[in-house]
Design a protein around this ligand. Structure first.
Ligand SMILES: Cc1ncc(COP(=O)(O)O)c(C=O)c1O
Length: 342
């Protein structure tokens, strides 16, 4: 059975979190002479360390209690904190799949944690049997699953993920950065069923707030309490909290932009099929397309020369490029340039 106490690093359990001025006095009215702030200016006050306003809106929209929500400075912070809370440097291990989002591995290196990389199968999917043995290793504390997966664009097999959740005694971290672009349901629905599940989402993609750095972690209230304990006291600026609340309170703009991106994704897929140098286009549940070409680096460079920047994924998957879905005119410029290269 999953035992949070057993997998949390001992010293993290014992540490008392830093108590900031705004944490000790939570009201927003009064004469504030407690935080050594400057009394003049517009951005002179520290932000809400608990991001209460933002959590209230998210809690209402997602139907998840505020205590089960963590706000990180981008999902990147949530990934890093997961290592710091659960993995002892030079002792423990984390596991993920390849090709997938690079930060799981980079963050493992920063934290001096062994990283086990399992190749996805030919359909870019996972197979429980290939990791069954690794999951039994008591040093393995974290499994990162990116679904929809970056850079392949597909959702990973839900039945295989279920088997991992059921059998693994450590943390299963499901990264749903692209979930709003997908037809599949979020793992948030299973949060109450699995005490070892962390689901991370972000406002950087479908919500169009990459500059504001809003990552959202959902889990049990015990796990979220650990994240709140370890984070920097004021990890999210007030400007960014306000921007996130404003965006969440405007769901019609969100839906409109999301629909436009999904329509462009279909159109771009169809149009790319008619271009000679494009050998394969993978179905996408995200806001990007993975395509196979003959000479990825040459095409990437030729597009760069025309000031059209896509992502060369050649080193990760030979002769593959990743194209983010832009506006209609941006996509037209890409199509025109690719036709000229054909
Ligand atoms: C799968 C995945 N997770 C997380 C992130 C980072 O998200 P954030 O901007 O919230 O740090 C990215 C960024 O590209 C991503 O592809």
């Amino acid at each position: 059975m999953f035992d949070l106490n057993k997998i949390t690093r001992a010293h993290i359990k014992d540490i008392e979190a830093y108590s900031s001025a705004r944490k000790e006095y939570e009201g927003d009215q009064g004469i504030f002479l407690d935080a050594n702030e400057n009394p003049f200016g517009q951005l002179n006050r520290y932000p809400d360390p608990n991001q209460k306003g933002l959590k209230q809106v998210l809690s209402k929209q997602k139907g998840i209690s505020e205590e089960q929500i963590f706000i990180g400075n981008g999902s990147d912070e949530i990934i890093d904190l997961a290592y710091r809370i659960f993995c002892t440097p030079s002792e423990d291990a984390a596991l993920s799949f390849s090709p997938s989002f690079g930060m799981y591995e980079v963050s493992s290196r920063f934290n001096d944690v062994r990283f086990i990389k399992i190749p996805l199968d030919e359909q870019f999917n996972i197979n429980f049997q290939t990791i069954k043995e690794s999951l039994e290793n008591p040093k393995l504390k974290l499994v990162f699953i990116c679904s929809p997966n970056n850079p392949t664009g597909n959702c990973l097999d839900a039945n295989e993920i279920l088997k991992i959740l059921q059998s693994f005694q450590g943390i299963v971290f499901i990264d749903e950065a692209y979930i709003d672009f997908s037809n599949e349901s979020s793992w948030l629905e299973k949060l109450d069923q699995f005490p070892n599940l962390i689901v991370s989402q972000t406002m950087s993609k479908a919500w169009g707030l990459a500059a504001a750095r809003i990552g959202i972690g959902y889990s049990s209230k015990e796990i979220i309490a650990l994240f709140n304990k370890v984070k920097a006291p004021y990890n999210l600026s007030q400007l960014n909290q306000d921007a996130a609340i404003k965006a969440l309170n405007d769901p019609s703009s969100f839906r409109q932009n999301l629909n436009k991106i999904k329509l462009e994704r279909s159109r771009l897929t169809e149009e790319l099929m008619n271009i000679k140098i494009i050998k394969k286009i993978y179905p996408s549940q995200s806001n990007f397309l993975l395509v196979k070409v003959d000479q990825a680096t040459k095409i990437y460079q030729a597009l760069c020369d025309k000031k059209i920047i896509i992502r060369n994924r050649n080193t990760l998957i030979k002769d593959h490029l990743r194209i983010s879905i832009g506006t209609k005119s941006e996509n037209n410029a890409l199509l025109k340039a690719l036709k000229e290269l054909s």
